[in-house]
Structures are given as C-alpha cells and as structure tokens.
Design a protein around this ligand. Structure first.
Ligand code: SF4
Ligand code: SF4
Length: 127
C-alpha cells in the first residue's frame, strides 16, 4: 500500500511543472502586495521619526540636525511597518527587489536629504 502511494506521488511530481522559477533569468511573479524595497519621498517628510521608532530592525536612521534620512537595506526585513505608520504617506513599498550587493554601496545604503514640510492648516469652523 505504501509503495503504491509513494510511486503515485513520485510520478505526479516528475510529470508536473516545477513550483519554482529560474529567477533572475525568468522575471518574478509580482502582485500589488509584493514587497520589494521601501521607497522614500523626501518632499513629503515632516521629520517626525515615527518610522524610525516603529522599525523592528533599526534599519532607519533620521538625523534632524544633518537633515538626513537613511535606510540600511541589509538590516531591513521588509515588514512594511514604516510604510503603514508614516503619517504623510511619503514611504511606499516598491515591488522591485533590491539588487544583490556584497558590501554597503551607495545604492544599498541610501542617504536621502529630508526637506521638512509644514502640515496643511485646516480652516477652523467659525473663522
Ligand atoms: S520595512 Fe520594516 S524593517 Fe524595513 S525599514 Fe520599514 S519598518 Fe524597518
Ligand atoms: S518618513 Fe514618514 S514617518 Fe518617517 S520621519 Fe518622514 S514623515 Fe515621519
């Protein structure tokens, strides 16, 4: 009984298409939920540092004095926490995977200048 079950499973596996693809020779399948890398739009950032506080792997470092926002892509575990909590939606999850790297190059250890913007004032009722 066990032999026939094993043979059936083996034949099914041999005759079916592989579940994996030859990435990167074949493009990876992506959906709207694919997590590639965190993208940053400095024009909307208000330097609130919420992303830094919420990051579980300390991948984000905001330096308000130097006006820099940095992400260490070797530390980032692509959890999406910073994207979900950013109040101005200046962080987004790009579906493109970060390229391979052996050391911290400029492309991997991204440094972007922060341009603080003031939140829009809402008109008070009765004014
Ligand atoms: S995706 Fe997660 S691990 Fe990566 S920088 Fe954002 S909070 Fe940190
Ligand atoms: S990226 Fe978003 S959460 Fe992080 S400091 Fe800028 S505004 Fe705040």
């Amino acid at each position: 009984m066990g032999f026939f079950e094993m043979t059936k499973t083996a034949l099914k596996t041999v005759l079916s298409r592989p579940a994996t693809i030859l990435y990167p020779y074949q493009p990876a399948k992506k959906t709207g939920l694919t997590r590639g890398h965190v993208a940053y739009d400095g024009s909307k950032c208000i330097s609130c540092s919420i992303c830094q506080k919420k990051c579980p792997s300390q991948a984000i470092v905001l330096n308000k004095e130097a006006k820099t926002w940095q992400i260490d892509r070797f530390r980032c575990v692509v959890c999406n926490s910073c994207v979900e909590t950013c109040p101005t939606k200046c962080l987004s999850m790009d579906t493109q995977y970060t390229g391979p790297a052996a050391e911290k190059s400029v492309e991997v250890f991204t440094i972007t200048y922060v341009k603080p913007v003031k939140p829009e004032k809402k008109d008070e009722p009765g004014q």
